[in-house]
Write a protein that binds this ligand. Sequence first.
Ligand SMILES: Nc1ncnc2c1ncn2[C@@H]1O[C@H](COP(=O)(O)OP(=O)(O)OP(=O)(O)O)[C@@H](O)[C@H]1O
Ligand SMILES: [Mg+2]
Length: 289
Amino acid sequence: MTATGAEPALEVRGLCKRYGSITALDGVELSVASGELVGLLGPNGAGKSTLVKIACGLVRPSAGAASVCGAAAGSRAARASLGYLAELFRFPGWCTASEVLRLHQRLAGSAGGLAERDELLELVGLADSAGRQVDAMSKGMQQRLGIAQALIGSPRLLLLDEPTSALDPAGRHAVRALLEQLRTRGTAVLLNSHLLSEIELVCDRVVILSRGQVVAAGRPEELTRAGGVAVHTGDGIRRFPDAGREQAPAIVASLVAGGAEVYEVHVLRSTLEDVYLEAVSGSQEAPRQ
Ligand SMILES: Nc1ncnc2c1ncn2[C@@H]1O[C@H](COP(=O)(O)OP(=O)(O)OP(=O)(O)O)[C@@H](O)[C@H]1O
Ligand SMILES: [Mg+2]
């Protein structure tokens, strides 16, 4: 099938993957629309990297199917539509940043030349390091070079497997800004990460995998919910788990009338971390056998 731009950037239907007796994916349904930024979360061993590798065509599914921009995962057309940053990547230490990008331009068949390399290095904050060898780069710099590599040829789908694990807070902030920028260009992104607060900030939608199955999915604001009111008084924190924002003034008034000294009032909302912990509770690192 030829890509028309109307199909989802990534579509995964009934995806299963077994490695011998280990079930890494167990009937996963997932789609990423054009320009959508989806966060894929889950405990170690949940199957996140396996799903991404199937989308790249590096791993064959045991059942079900994945397609990229309408083309079967692994086909030439599918591979031409995506950029991938692997979880555990390693570039040759003796290559400079520019040489790494040049090599990947050849592998991807990109005719972007020096202009594309310069633009990508600028985009990931490595404009001054084009001539620096990988061995002389910090882990964070190598990760940013990895992101630049994934963007060669302006792919419609970007698969990033833990792209910010080695980045300091400023580096993560820069990647978040970069992802926002990609969204405006219509690039779809599937982002694996354990950094929940970051996912909550940047993703349109999150999918939580546990033991190879989708256990929760939705927009961050749909998944999180009101979590009551907490009032810091001279006698400690008083919690009102069922109260909402509109009840806060009455709660404070009644506490003050009762002689309490009120220092702070917090209207709580569950975080993505709370949702995640609830969704994956009971799952262990070991997958189902
Ligand atoms: N090539 C392989 N051979 C056998 N088992 C594998 C292989 N690759 C992955 N697995 C198993 O499949 C399960 C899912 O692994 P996967 O790497 O997809 O998890 P993950 O969610 O990416 O975990 P992490 O957060 O640690 O990166 C794990 O139990 C893993 O041990
Ligand atoms: Mg992984």
